[in-house]
Design a protein around this ligand. Sequence first.
Ligand code: TRP
Ligand code: SF4
Length: 480
Amino acid sequence: MVEIDPWGSGTVEDYSELFQEFGIEKFNPENIPEPMDLMRRGIIFGQRDYDLITHAMKNNEDFAALSGFMPSGRVHIGNLMVMRELIWHQQQGAETYFVIADLEAHSARGMSWEKCEKLSMDYILSMIALGFDPESGHIYRQSENQELKDLQFELGEQTNFNELNAIYGFNEETNMGHIQSVLTQSADILYPQLEEPKPTVIPVGADQDPHLRLTRGLARRMRLFSVKESYASFEIPDRYKPSINQVLQSHNGKIKSKKAAKQLEKQGADNELINALKSGGSEELEPRIRVLSRRASPELFSELGSRLQNVGRVETYDEHFDIFDGDEQEIKKIVRDTEVEHGGYGFYMPSSIYHRFMTGLTGGKMSSSIPKSHIALTDEPSDGREKVMSATTGGRETAEKQRELGGEADECPVYELYAYMLAQDDEHAKKVYDECVGGDRLCGGCKSEAAELMQDFLEKHREKREEARDRLHEFGLEPI
Ligand code: TRP
Ligand code: SF4
């Protein structure tokens, strides 16, 4: 069964439980030097491995950001988030990639190539208008990128039909183009690392997580070596790390397996863990970093062995090394460098951030195929204004009730407009919220204010798009 469908119409509420199951973690803006508004306001709520990105930003190390759009409809305010997230990362120093997913639009949405090409210009112009720098950043169409397609082919060798079925709910009827477009997206996600491995963040809506799960697996399988924390010659599943660490701590970092088994049994630990430890007998548990060969030649394996000698005490086995008292980051670097020098990719697993979706202006889902649900970035500014004025709200039936009970800002698409894009600053967003729930704000006035801001935004955006159009040739792009 598919649980999150990237081509379907689920909402974040449906996803939140699944996230824990799939290992998505909470996004914590506190670790970031100057978080962007979407981070501060809780609109970006989830992440995978984002600490790699924070670390790179803080230490001025190379990192990349990539995301993409299917050119299958008009660019609308719901697309703003990914665009702004990419631009923000570019401004923080990321090598930034903007993907026009025309292969996917062709196979999953049946868009003609001509239409794809036409619509994609809309996305490119808005992206530049919003602040993307096409000189230092990259824009590519999937269909025109041969390196990407070669990578896609290689990634295809690392997965199979069963895995794709399990992740996406494909079946015998699924067309091969659609299946290929999934691998193309994985190739997109790893593309920034082709020249050189680097942490890469993929800002997306929550529905895109299946692609990240697939790609993280593929990135790992493409490696010649893998590196992991270990405690003994036998394997203990990663999820038991905290329990093992706790036992080790209470015994100054060393304890016999069977003794650890006893102690954990008393504490009511899982049988799987206890049995694994019992099978270890009198072997001592001792933390170590394990480097396993996945696909390295015997020569490369021994070459790596000699490079690791300086890092710590190395025990060599048939297909892995155990390194004691070594620094994990240093080991990872040596492994990655060795791999890349010998023709491997050395991919980092991609990081990701997830944002909430904007609710449609009419309630329900915001979709490019429902005109009233969204405001296109190319809508007439006065039409944008009208759409805000006729949006659904979280208001009460009467003004008296609103004053008495307060509005339901958390359920209000108009409040979302403020929080996601219209508020001048956090203060402003908070003021709207507090006044609304406190009964000091009525929907009519609140909407007029938002409508005004929307019209203003659309007017300015239109001007900036025209400026961008005039400059396209400077960036080697053709206006369409
Ligand atoms: N599948 C994405 C969408 O539905 C588009 C996309 C293609 C993408 N390649 C990507 C998103 C790489 C993030 C990263 O809009
Ligand atoms: Fe929404 Fe504003 Fe009405 Fe509150 S006052 S429910 S934020 S429109």
